[in-house]
Structure formats: C-alpha cells, structure tokens
Design a protein around this ligand. Sequence first.
Ligand code: NDP
Ligand code: GDP
Length: 365
Amino acid sequence: MTSPIEIVNMSPEDYRNRKVALITGITGQDGSYLAELLIEKGYQVHGIIRRSSSFNTGRIEHLYKDAHENPKMRLHHGDLTDSTCLVHIISKVLPTEIYNLGAQSHVKVSFDMSEYTADVDAVGTLRLLDAIRTCGLAHLVRFYQASTSELYGKVAEIPQSETTPFYPRSPYGVAKMYAYWITINYREAYDMYACNGILFNHESPRRGRTFVTRKITCAVASIHLGKQECLYLGNLDAKRDWGHARDYVEGMWRMLQQETADDFVLATGEMHTVREFVEKSFKATGKTIRWEGSAEEEVGIDDEGVVRVRVDPAYYRPTEVELLLGQPAKANEKLGWKRKVTFDELVEEMVKADLVGVAAGDVFN
Ligand code: NDP
Ligand code: GDP
C-alpha cells in the first residue's frame, strides 16, 4: 500500500491513477457486485465490515483470498457509527474513490429502529465525509452516496427525475434525505467530488431475504419443492421500478468517472405491482395464480385450488410509498447508462437461483 509520505509527493493525477476503492456495505447486495466490477476493472478494493458473532461475508466469499497472496480485496473492521475507525481506515487505505453503500437499508425496520437508522444512514454519511476532510483528502477522493427513490415517497409527479421534489415517508427515507443534502453541501462547501446516485429498487439473487422480491422468490422455490405451503405478504398493490443490481453498480462507477460531480437517477422506467411479481415468480415454476377476495381477505390460489398467497397486515407500513417510477434520461444521456436486464429476466434469474439454493438447503444470505 502507498504510504502518506509518498502521497505528499504525488500529483493529484498520479494519486487518482492508483485506482484504490473503499466500499462501506461491501457485505451487502450492491457491495458484492460493486467489488466484483471494480476488481475486474483493475482496482485494489477495500471494504469495511462490521464485527459479527455470525458469518456475514457470504456474498463476497468468492472474492476473498488470504492476505498473504496479494489479494485484490482487503477487509477492515469498522462501523459508520464510529468516526475514529473511519479516519483510521481512510488514512491507511488512502482511497481514490469511496462508495458509501453501508446502511440500515430496510424501510419497515426503520420504523422500529428509527434512531439507529438515523445514526447510520444520516450521521454515518456525515462522519464519512468528515473523515475524508480530516485525512486531508477532500480534493483527491471521489465520493459516491447511495441515495434512494424512497426520497420521493409520496410522489409529486410521475415519473420521478432528478428535479422531482422529495417527500420521504419513513425514518429510512428521512435519514437518506439528510445524507443526500450533506453530500451536496460538502460538494459545494469544500469543493469535493461527491455524487448522489438516486437509485430505484434493484434486486438479484443476492437481495436480502426480507425485501419483497427475494421473499417471494424464496417462498415460490420452497413451495415448488414442497417445503412451504403458503406465502404471507403485506400490500400487494404497491408499485415499484425494479432493476437488476449488477446493472446499477455499473452506473455508480460511471458517476465517479465524469468531469464534474453530479446527481443521477438510475431506474428502468417501468413499473410493476407486488402482485405481478408474485404471478411472474409462480409462472417461472409452471404455476398460475388467480386472486380472490379483497384487501386483507385477498388470497392467491394455484391451478390445483391450493391457497398459496395470503395477506398479513403485520407487513403493512405505518406510512406507505404506493408507487415509484424512475426517469433515467439524464443517466442515459450523460453516463451512457441503460439497464440491460428486463423485469422478466430478473424474476426468472431470482427464482432459478432460489430453486437451486432451497434444493441444496443452502439459500444465499
Ligand atoms: P444491503 O442491506 O444488502 O447492505 C447493506 C450493507 O450495509 C451491509 O453490508 C451491511 O453490513 C452494511 N451496514 C449496515 N449497518 C452498518 C453500519 N452501522 N456500519 C457499516 N456498515 C453497515 O443493501 P443494498 O446492498 O441493497 O443497498 C446498498 C445501499 O444502497 C444502501 O445504502 C441502501 O440503502 C441503498 N439503496 C438500495 C436500493 C436497493 O433497491 N437495493 C435502492 C436505493 C438505495 P452487514 O452485512 O453486516 O449487515
Ligand atoms: P422498499 O421499496 O425499499 O420498501 O422495498 P421492499 O422490497 O421492502 O418493499 C417493496 C414494496 O413491497 C413496499 O411497498 C412494501 O409495502 C411491499 N410489500 C408487500 N408485502 C411485503 C412483505 O411481505 N415484505 C416487504 N419487505 N415488503 C412488502
């Protein structure tokens, strides 16, 4: 690794050409795909992981090599709630790009853990930005903030773009709104290269199992293999703009390769209901679902007349985001970014992966 003494004698161009990335949230869905992409692009990748009593590196295990074998990826224990460790890690790694993907990322959980969500998602972003300044790297490091379509919440217009006003509807959305604005404030106040990627929902076989898409595909695989009878869900009418996480991490990287820092929406421009996601997932295992009843009494019944889906109001949120539909024109035009994976391909890939995982008793994450 390069030492601080060597850095003092480097031009900004030589510093950046080192291609060293630091990822918070590297153990999460996006962190794992981003680490793969950056390693492929010749980066030395560093990730911050939380100490856990159980195994939490399953998504990046395939990238990990013993530190003695000159690996392309190194891991450091740390936490977004601990500024001291952030300063230590940044001063040791001397990154050229930082991707802040670490977060308490679950909307429903944020209602139960609102203060913690604010501490990690909002103040955590501030801690990281300040750590960059403390290390004297404000003009050398490029910073990516994982902003979200949840900022739009109670949507003011359809579709939503970079200019649509925000109206967050959860402690998660509100915390992410602070992070969005502190990123812009540090860009303007300290002339930092700092970008917000306003990403609409993106999924994959590595998505956490409590998010609705993965919950559905895991259940559909388990039902197909006779290991589960019924799937319980909340609001079936919610509409989302769902893309594939692998496409979206490519967009994150592109945002940090521009001449000047800016904020971008990444989305597919297509919207589907939770109900449609359920139907498509069952279809991937050869089942057709028909719906009967309404509201909390609604059920999804398969071809053999067995009830496979029921509504459980426990999954309703105190305030819901009814629909999200992104307008990715700016990213198309300025980043040359476009999603590659279609909705049908996404559902199929997730169901297939879960069929393999459930059959092997080895469901990812
Ligand atoms: P995941 O929930 O899969 O990953 C979250 C990551 O953050 C995990 O690595 C987790 O570590 C880490 N983390 C949690 N708390 C802390 C903490 N206190 N300190 C350091 N790290 C922490 O999320 P995704 O990969 O799906 O999302 C990545 C980012 O993008 C998140 O910020 C999310 O809010 C945002 N986002 C995601 C969207 C999506 O549809 N996926 C849409 C828009 C934005 P551990 O493994 O130990 O839990
Ligand atoms: P979000 O868009 O970040 O909140 O991602 P989720 O995957 O958690 O939820 C997407 C939508 O699915 C929301 O509108 C939820 O209310 C709805 N939904 C319906 N049933 C469920 C469920 O059982 N679990 C989750 N997580 N969401 C559900």
